[in-house]
Design a protein. Structure first.
Length: 749
C-alpha cells in the first residue's frame, strides 16, 4: 500500500472510492493522471478486479499512452488487458467486431476532413449547389454538430426552421452524404461515436455484453465530452453504475467542437448519490501564477467552486508587457528568449509561445528566424496530410477497402497511368450503380464499352491491387506492413514521380515516406494482432498535438487550444487585446457563455506555466491586411494586484533619442496598485460617437445586404459604434455574423 500513502488526502479518497458514481473535479496540475492510474492499480492489485473489466477513456492518443505506461509501471502486466484508450479507438474496436449488425462491413474506412470535403463537393455538384454560396467546410460543420447531438439526416431535416435556406440545403447534402458513406463502406470521425451509440441502442445483446464486460469505467477530461459521448458512457455504465469521471469545468474550451460543459456541471443531477472529490493542490506552478489563474477564472459564473493552491513557493512576478505592434511584440519575446538562454537559465525547449489563432504565428516565426532561435510550430499541415503520405495511404486504403471510391479518385492516375478524369468519374458511377469494388470494375473493364480505351490500363491497375492484397494475406510469412509500403512505392514508380514533380523537395518527401515506413514498423512492434486495417485505423485518429516532441531543443509555438494538457517552465501568452483574445465575436455575442469560454481558455494558458509567465499585447495590430488600434484585453485587467508587473515597451520612446540614438527616457516599470484597475497612460481614450443624423437610415433591420466573402444576407440588428455601424447579418451561406459595415464593405442590395 506504500504507493497509495504517497498520495495526498483528496487523491487517496478519489482512488479508494471505487463503487458507485464519482466526480473528481481536478484542477490544473493537480495530478489527475496520477489518480486515475493509481485507481486502476488499486482495483487490480488490492480489490483483485480482472483488468479486462476496466475501461479508462481519454481524448488523445498521447494521454492514453501515458496512462497505460504509468499503470504498467505501477503493477506491471496485471493491467495489460484493461482497455485504456481514446473514445474513438475504443469505439472502433467495438465497431470492427459488430459493424455488420448496423449495415457495415468490419473493414470500413475512416474518412478524414479532406476525404469528407471531397464527398461533399461531389454531392454539391450533383445538387447544383454553388460552392461560392455554400462551402463544403460550413456544410460539414453543421453536419458534425448534428451528429454530435445524435441527429440523423431525417431528424435534422424535420427540425430545420422553415425559411432557413442554408440549413435546408445542408439537410439535402446530409442525407446524400450519409448514403454515400454507407455505399463506400466509410465512416467519418463523428460516425465512430454516433454509430456505436446506435449499435448499443438497437442491439440489446451487444450492449449487455459490454455492460457486463466493463464493470468499472473511468472517463478523463469529462468536461470535453459532447452529447454523443455522454450517451455512450451512460449506456455502458447503466448496469453497475461504477462510473468515475474526472475533469475540470474551468478547462472546458472545446464548445466549438461540440463539447457540452453541462455534462460535468450536471453530473450530480444525473447521479444524485455521486461522491464529489476536489483536487485543488497544484504540483505544477508557482503561487503567483496560480493566484492569477484563480482570480481570472473567478469572473465566470457557470462553474463549480474550486481554488488552486501549491507548496511550490511564491515564484517570480508575472510580466505584462505592452508593445506598439505585433512586430515589436515578437522582437521583445525573441529578446527575452535569447537572454534567458544566454544566461544559462533556460534551454529553448523550456519555452512556449501561445496565441489565440494560428494567423498570429507569422510575426513570431519571422522574428525567431531572424534571431536564429530554433522552434517547432504545431498546428500546421499535419504529417499524414502531406501529399506524398496521403497518396500512399490512399493506396493502402484501397487495398483494405475495395469500395473506398474517395481513395481511388485520388490515386487512380497518380502517378499518371493514362486514366483521365472523365474515365475516373465514369468508373466511380459504374461502381456505385452496381455496388462493385474498384478492382472488380477493373477486371470487367474489357467488357464495358465506356472503358474500352482504358481497359488494359485499368486491368493492370486491378492486377496490382490483387498482388498487394495477396501480400497482405501473407503478412507475417513474407514480411510486414513496411514491406508492403515499399512494394507499393516501387510498383507504381513513386520515387521517380516525386523527382519529376518537384526535384527541390525530393529528399524531404522521401524522408517523409521513410518516416511512414518506420511508423508501420513501430505499429507492428506494439500491436498484439497487427493488420493493415488496424494500422490505417490508428493513423486516422492521430491528432496534431500527439506529435509533440518534448525532447526537441526548440521553442514551441502553438494555439492555446493545442497547449491544453501540456506544461512548460516558461510561457509567453501573446496578443492579449480585446478583439484578439478575447475574440471579437465573443465580445459582441449575445450569449454570455461565449465570453466565459474565452476566459476558460485564458485560464488554461496561464496554468500551462510552471515558473515564469509573460503576457504581451500590442497597441496596434494588422488584421485582415489593415492596421487597427487595439486595447489591452479585459483578462489582463482581471489579474491580481500583487505579483504582476506591468512593463511598457522602450520602443514607445523612439522620438526621445539622443544624437547617438540612445533612448533619453528610460523604460518605465511599475506595479499595479492594490485594488485599482490598471490604466495605461500611453493608450489614448476613445469616445463613443453619436450616430450622425444623416447616417441614421443607412441600414435597417430587414435590409438585404451583400458581402464580398459571405454573399447575400439579411440585417437582423443595427448599432452605431465608434463611427461605424455594427450590423448583425444572417447570411444564407454561413449563418449569422456581427460586422462593422464600413470596415467589412457591406453593401445594400
Amino acid at each position: 500500500m506504500d504507493k497509495y500513502t504517497k498520495l495526498n488526502e483528496m487523491q487517496q479518497r478519489a482512488v479508494y472510492q471505487t463503487d458507485g458514481p464519482v466526480l473528481i473535479l481536478a484542477g490544473a496540475g493537480s495530478g489527475k493522471t496520477r489518480v486515475l492510474t493509481h485507481r486502476i492499480a488499486y482495483l487490480v492489485e488490492e480489490l483483485k478486479v480482472p483488468a479486462y473489466q476496466i475501461l479508462a477513456i481519454t481524448f488523445t492518443n498521447k494521454a492514453a499512452k501515458e496512462m497505460k505506461e504509468r499503470a504498467l509501471a505501477l503493477v506491471g502486466d496485471a493491467v495489460k488487458e484493461a482497455w485504456i484508450a481514446t473514445f474513438h479507438s475504443a469505439c472502433i474496436r467495438i465497431l470492427k467486431r459488430h459493424a455488420e449488425k448496423i449495415g457495415y462491413r468490419n473493414g470500413f474506412t475512416i474518412y478524414d476532413p479532406e476525404d469528407q470535403k471531397a464527398v461533399v463537393r461531389r454531392i454539391m455538384k450533383e445538387l447544383n449547389l454553388s460552392d461560392k454560396m455554400f462551402t463544403p467546410k460550413s456544410i460539414l460543420g453543421v453536419i458534425s454538430q448534428a451528429k454530435d447531438e445524435l441527429k440523423g439526416p431525417q431528424r435534422f431535416k424535420q427540425e430545420v426552421a422553415r425559411g432557413d435556406l442554408f440549413k435546408e440545403k445542408v439537410a439535402l447534402v446530409y442525407e446524400k452524404y450519409q448514403q454515400t458513406l454507407r455505399e463506400q463502406q466509410a465512416m467519418d470521425f463523428d460516425d465512430i461515436i454516433s454509430e456505436t451509440v446506435r449499435l448499443f441502442q438497437t442491439q440489446a445483446d451487444v450492449l449487455e455484453y459490454y455492460q457486463q464486460k466493463f464493470r468499472y469505467i473511468m472517463v478523463d477530461e469529462y468536461q470535453d465530452t459532447n452529447t454523443a459521448q455522454y450517451y455512450l458512457i451512460r449506456l455502458l455504465s447503466a448496469k453497475y453504475r461504477n462510473l468515475c469521471v474526472v475533469g475540470d469545468d474551468d478547462q472546458s474550451i472545446y464548445r466549438f467542437r461540440g463539447a457540452n460543459i453541462r455534462n460535468i456541471l450536471d453530473f450530480e443531477k444525473d447521479f444524485e448519490d455521486a461522491l464529489v472529490v476536489r483536487l485543488e493542490q497544484n504540483y505544477r506552478s508557482t503561487e503567483k501564477i496560480l493566484t492569477a489563474a484563480n482570480q481570472v477564472i473567478a469572473h465566470n459564473e457557470g462553474r463549480k467552486q474550486k481554488t488552486l493552491w501549491t507548496e511550490n513557493g511564491a515564484g517570480e512576478d508575472i510580466i505584462v508587457h505592452e508593445t506598439g505592434s505585433e512586430n515589436e511584440e515578437a522582437q521583445y519575446i525573441a529578446q527575452q528568449i535569447q537572454q534567458m538562454v544566454q544566461q544559462g537559465n533556460r534551454q529553448y525547449r523550456d519555452m512556449a509561445l501561445l496565441y489565440r489563432t494560428n494567423a498570429q504565428s507569422r510575426a513570431l516565426e519571422e522574428r525567431l528566424v531572424m534571431g536564429s532561435i530554433p522552434y517547432r510550430l504545431y498546428g500546421g499541415t499535419p504529417f499524414y496530410q502531406r501529399k506524398e503520405i496521403k497518396d500512399i495511404l490512399c493506396y493502402l486504403r484501397l487495398i483494405a477497402n475495395d469500395h473506398d471510391y474517395v481513395a481511388a479518385d485520388r490515386i487512380i492516375n497518380v502517378p499518371g497511368r493514362g486514366i483521365g478524369s472523365v474515365t475516373s468519374e465514369r468508373i466511380r458511377e459504374f461502381a456505385q450503380e452496381g455496388d462493385w469494388g474498384i478492382s472488380e470494375v477493373a477486371e470487367m473493364a474489357i467488357e464495358v464499352p465506356d472503358f474500352k480505351r482504358s481497359a488494359k490500363k485499368l486491368m493492370a491497375f486491378g492486377d496490382l491491387l490483387h498482388q498487394w492484397r495477396t501480400q497482405v494475406a501473407q503478412m507475417g510469412e513474407e514480411g510486414g506492413l513496411d514491406n508492403l509500403i515499399r512494394q507499393v512505392i516501387e510498383d507504381i514508380g513513386y520515387s521517380a514521380y516525386l523527382m519529376k514533380d518537384d526535384a527541390a523537395r525530393y529528399e524531404d518527401r522521401i524522408q517523409n515516406l521513410d518516416e511512414l515506413i518506420g511508423r508501420a514498423v513501430q505499429y507492428e512492434e506494439g500491436s498484439e494482432e497487427p493488420s493493415l486495417a488496424g494500422f490505417l485505423d490508428e493513423l486516422a485518429l492521430v491528432a496534431a498535438i500527439d506529435t509533440y516532441e518534448e525532447g526537441a531543443d526548440a521553442v514551441s509555438l502553438m494555439t492555446l487550444h493545442s497547449a491544453k494538457g501540456l506544461e512548460f517552465p516558461v510561457v509567453f501568452m501573446t496578443g492579449l487585446e480585446d478583439g484578439v483574445f478575447p475574440g471579437y465575436m465573443s465580445i459582441v455575442s449575445q450569449d454570455p457563455e461565449d465570453m466565459e469560454e474565452e476566459r476558460r481558455l485564458c485560464y488554461v494558458g496561464i496554468t500551462r506555466a510552471q515558473e515564469r509567465l509573460f503576457i504581451t499585447y500590442a497597441r496596434s495590430r494588422r488584421v485582415h491586411g489593415q492596421e487597427q488600434a487595439s486595447k489591452m484585453s479585459r483578462f489582463i485587467q482581471e489579474l491580481p494586484a500583487e505579483g504582476v508587473v506591468m512593463e511598457e515597451s522602450a520602443g514607445y520612446y523612439a522620438m526621445n533619442q539622443d544624437e547617438q540614438g540612445r533612448i533619453e527616457k528610460p523604460t518605465r516599470r511599475f506595479v499595479k496598485q492594490h485594488n485599482q484597475p490598471f490604466v495605461n497612460p500611453y493608450v489614448k481614450k476613445t469616445t463613443t460617437l453619436e450616430t450622425p443624423a444623416e447616417e441614421k437610415q443607412a441600414f435597417q433591420i430587414g435590409d438585404a445586404v451583400q458581402h464580398k466573402k459571405f454573399g447575400l444576407g439579411t440585417v437582423m440588428e443595427v448599432k452605431w459604434v465608434n463611427a461605424d455601424y455594427q450590423v448583425r447579418v444572417n447570411f444564407a451561406k454561413v449563418g449569422e455574423k456581427m460586422l462593422f459595415a464600413k470596415l467589412a464593405g457591406l453593401k445594400k442590395v
